[in-house]
Design a protein around this ligand. Structure first.
Ligand SMILES: Nc1nc2c(c(=O)[nH]1)N[C@H]1C(S)=C(S)[C@@H](COP(=O)(O)OP(=O)(O)OC[C@H]3O[C@@H](n4cnc5c(N)ncnc54)[C@H](O)[C@@H]3O)O[C@H]1N2
Ligand code: MOO
Length: 405
């Protein structure tokens, strides 16, 4: 059976960044820039007053000055400042020629409408002035390709005039749950039935990762129905199917995916929980292949596979990462814990702000409620582990989940 690392490498061989698209800035939050962006303006566009006050010639020492005009933000100065004169300026206003400092209004006293007395006659040159182009200059690269557009980047791009941008699109992801036993949250399960938790689990985990899922109707364990639903799901860049991938007589998902034109890359990984993971591709003429993950039906198994394989693959498609890798963090064990080994295990646990990891009781791959406190998956070696309090360990963080206070 493949190891987790080998399986990740195979996913990585097929996951590649999606072709760039052009979109308006207001739709770009969370996306990755495909090209660098340069500014079409200087910022500030002029020497700018940074205080409400009076624009002066810094070397002028006269205690009173004649006010020759008032300049608000948005105005254009009309007259230069010379020794003995000043202009009233508001924060953000362009400074008139000749002005080399601003004396704040608190350090002045009006004598009459046209005259002001300065309590501070020797401001250093440049005081309370932001020179033109100090923040950025026209033609300068202000955001490199590969940058994720967060709120700060959004604002800088707006200032730089980047109304339309080239970005890596958000991958589209279809979610298909399967199983005759499944009913929705609105229903009371009849004999033999359970509620569908994988659907809400994956769609909300996709939203937490800033991916937009589309949910297909849950499929019954009938080959034709699964083939049709899989075909619908293959309109997306990535199709996630849950259930029906192990060895039962109704585990029809691999056959249904093959009939829908998906080429299997691997089936089964030496991973606990998550052994039956299935992965395949549909090549496309333009751009990287569509990726298809057959996730195990047991909710925690599917969730673990989602975080170990699907999230790293989506990050590559979305341009957020260069390769499909696990982001392992280092921490210490809060208490004793023994794992007998077998398959490499990624066990739900809680990590605190000091990177201390609590491995709490949990009843295996169908115990969703037992991992409600989890915010990470602790890696436990296939050769077995005996942890004492304070021992070092590695874990994968579950972003957005139980961040702690
Ligand atoms: N003979 C073998 N049996 C099993 C093996 C194996 O290798 N040989 N693998 C076991 C492991 S490990 C897992 S994990 C499960 C995975 O099974 P499937 O992916 O085929 O999933 P199902 O059989 O359809 O369901 C398993 C379990 O999960 C529940 N389920 C399914 N979908 C949902 C859903 N949307 N929401 C909530 N719960 C769901 C389902 O009712 C079953 O209880 O196979 C082992 N067996
Ligand atoms: O390995 Mo399965 O994934 O136990 O639940």
């Amino acid at each position: 059976m493949l190891t987790v690392d080998e399986a990740l490498q195979l996913v990585g061989q097929h996951a590649a960044q999606l072709a760039p698209i052009r979109i308006r800035l207001r739709d770009a939050l969370g996306l990755v820039l495909a090209d660098e962006v340069t500014s079409d303006v200087d910022s500030p566009p002029y020497n700018k007053a940074m205080m409400d006050g009076f624009a002066v010639v810094a070397s002028d020492r006269s205690p009173t000055r004649t006010i020759i005009e008032s300049i608000m933000a948005g105005d254009v100065p009309r007259r230069p400042i010379r020794p003995g004169t000043t202009a009233r300026v508001m924060t953000g206003a362009p400074l008139p020629d000749g002005a080399t400092a601003v004396v704040p209004v608190e350090q002045t006293e009006l004598v009459d409408d046209r005259t002001v007395r300065l309590e501070w006659i020797d401001p250093p040159p440049g005081k309370h002035i932001m020179p033109q182009g100090l923040s950025m200059s026209s033609g300068q690269c202000i955001a490199a390709a590969g940058r994720r557009i967060d709120s700060i980047t959004m604002a800088v791009l707006a200032e730089a005039g980047a109304a339309v941008l080239s970005v890596v699109p958000r991958p589209t992801v279809s979610v298909l749950t399967t199983g005759n036993e499944l009913v929705s949250v609105d229903e009371r399960p009849a004999a033999g039935q359970i509620r569908n938790s994988n659907g809400p689990l994956l769609t909300s985990a996709l939203c937490e990762g800033d991916y937009a899922p589309s949910v297909l109707p849950s499929g019954r364990d009938e080959l034709d129905e699964l083939v049709e639903l899989a075909q619908q799901g293959l309109e997306a860049d990535v199709l996630l199917v849950t259930g029906g991938v192990s060895a039962g007589v109704k585990d029809l998902v691999p056959a249904a995916l093959a009939q829908a034109g998906v080429q299997q890359v691997f089936h089964k990984v030496a991973l606990k929980p998550g052994k039956p993971l299935w992965f395949g591709i549909v090549p496309r003429e333009h751009g990287p292949p569509r990726l298809v993950f057959g996730l195990p039906g047991n909710p925690v198994s599917g969730f673990v596979c989602f975080h170990l394989f699907v999230i790293p693959a989506l990050a590559v498609l979305a341009g957020r990462a260069d390769s499909v890798v696990l982001r392992l963090s280092k921490g210490t064990s809060m208490g004793e814990f023994a794992y007998g080994g077998g398959r490499e295990m990624f066990r739900p646990a809680y990590v605190d702000a000091q990177q201390r990891v609590e491995i709490f009781p949990w009843h295996g791959s169908a115990d969703l409620a037992g991992m409600v406190r989890a915010n990470c998956l602790v890696r436990l070696s296939e050769t077995g582990v005996e942890l004492a309090a304070g021992d070092r360990l590695e874990y994968v963080r579950l972003p957005g989940i139980n961040p702690g206070k």
